[in-house]
Design a protein around this ligand. Structure first.
Ligand code: 25A
Ligand code: L14
Length: 355
């Protein structure tokens, strides 16, 4: 086994790509050479990594010669077009997009939950959706102890999941609303509705608002994000018929997704037992002392790798039911950190944790 690896980052200038570079450096991934790839728009841009400057090159099929590990984060259409070429040239691809997640031969991995799925891969490993990863890191310890039989989840997703342009949309709209409020305090009575079309990738005004749509709508009236949570959860837990219901909403938060999760288990689980399991669980920090005002917040989850879990209580309306509140950084554990943990397993290093 080699000691150092040539690494390509596809989508290196995006929200997730930027975080990938940060996490590679922080975790001291053994990088020999670094190939930064993005669209022609970013060609020639200089990006700093580990104290030296690297130039961004245009994503082309020939860009993967000599690459050992390629981390893709430039959307599903780029992955469909370029990941097979990277694999053909000998790279192992960890793909952050939804392109291959449900492909039967492609492992879909959260290292804390199903690392065994990595054993048989064909050069391509899929990184799950951010909301799925964050939820399953919190649920896996409970599932392994008491077998989850039902999941209901409502998500409160930050704008950074939709990329750098969505982050800009939240800032720009917020500035416009604040300027408007200064002119007319009357607006406080009617809310903070902006006139005219919003300019950005999100489908409605996000400043001072909530949008019950993440990703596109499908024929069954669900969004693609909701169905990703359903399908990916079943695949990762290995339970093809597990009942999972999801509602996904976008909230005016910059980084970190929050989720209210209702579960049912085969046997009853007391809150104290859930606390004990989650205190020992890798990748989890228990923040559950509501009397002292301690519960997970997205502002606290942002910037760290652990998923924060709290507000754990029995679901009084359901026999073996438990309710939890979970927050996790969608760019780190939801994307970059999870992908790099997979790469670490692939090159034979241990998954490290702060504990
Ligand atoms: O297009 P799709 O398939 O719908 O998906 C793309 C979306 O998926 C996001 C990504 O966010 C984008 O919104 N995404 C990717 N992985 C994700 C994940 N795991 C994810 N979302 C959630 N979870 P992004 O904007 O943060 O990152 C995009 C990166 O991909 C590169 N890219 C785009 N098209 C490409 C491509 N690379 C190669 N070939 C292509 N055809 C993209 O590079 C970025 O690295 P870039 O060069 O296009 O962007 C460079 C910088 O310029 C900014 N920018 C782009 N357009 C404009 C702009 N600034 C001002 N005006 C513009 N019109 C970008 O914000 C970026 O910083
Ligand atoms: O499937 O808009 O990995 O927040 C997750 C974030 C798709 C976009 C994925 C968003 C992405 C989504």
């Amino acid at each position: 086994m080699k000691r150092q690896y040539n690494v390509a980052v596809v989508g290196a200038t995006g929200a997730v790509g930027t975080e990938i570079l940060r996490v590679l450096a922080q975790r001291r991934f053994p990088v020999k050479g670094l190939q930064l790839l993005a669209s022609a728009r970013s060609k020639g841009r200089r990006v700093r990594f580990n104290g030296s400057w690297h130039r961004v090159a245009e994503l082309r099929k020939q860009a993967f010669a000599g690459i050992d590990v390629a981390l893709f984060s430039a959307g599903a259409s780029r992955s469909l077009e370029f990941a097979p070429a990277a694999v053909k040239q000998g790279a192992v691809v960890v793909d952050n997009s939804s392109a291959f997640r449900m492909t039967p031969d492609v492992p879909l991995v959260v290292p804390e939950v199903n690392p065994q799925a990595l054993i048989e891969h064909h050069g391509l490993i899929a990184n799950p959706n951010c909301s799925t990863i964050i939820m399953l890191v919190a649920l896996a310890p409970i599932h392994h102890a008491a077998t989850i039989t039902r999941i209901r989840v409502a998500t409160y997703q930050s704008v950074s999941g939709a990329g750098t342009k969505a982050i800009a949309q939240l800032y720009q709209e917020s500035r416009r609303v604040l300027r408007q409020l200064r002119v007319s305090r009357q607006e406080l009575r009617v809310g903070a509705q902006l006139s005219g079309r919003t300019v950005g990738p999100l489908p409605a005004q996000i400043a001072f608002n909530i949008i019950p749509q993440v990703d596109v709508f499908l024929d069954n009236r669900y969004t693609k994000e909701e169905m990703k949570i359903v399908g990916e959860t079943r695949k990762i837990l290995g339970i093809p018929d597990l009942p999972v219901s999801a509602t996904c909403a976008r909230v005016p938060v910059l980084v970190a997704h929050s989720e209210a999760v209702w579960i049912e288990t085969r046997r009853p689980m007391a809150v104290e037992e859930a606390h004990t399991l989650l205190r020992q669980a890798p990748g989890v920090t228990l923040v559950d002392d509501p009397a002292k005002g301690r519960y997970p917040l997205p502002v606290d989850a942002a910037g760290q790798d652990d998923v924060l879990v709290g507000r754990i209580r029995p679901d009084d309306a359901s026999p073996n039911g438990l309710i939890l509140w979970v927050c996790g950084d969608n760019l780190r554990k939801g994307a970059a950190t999870n992908a790099i943990q997979i790469a670490e397993l692939l090159v034979g290093r241990q998954v490290t944790s702060d504990k």
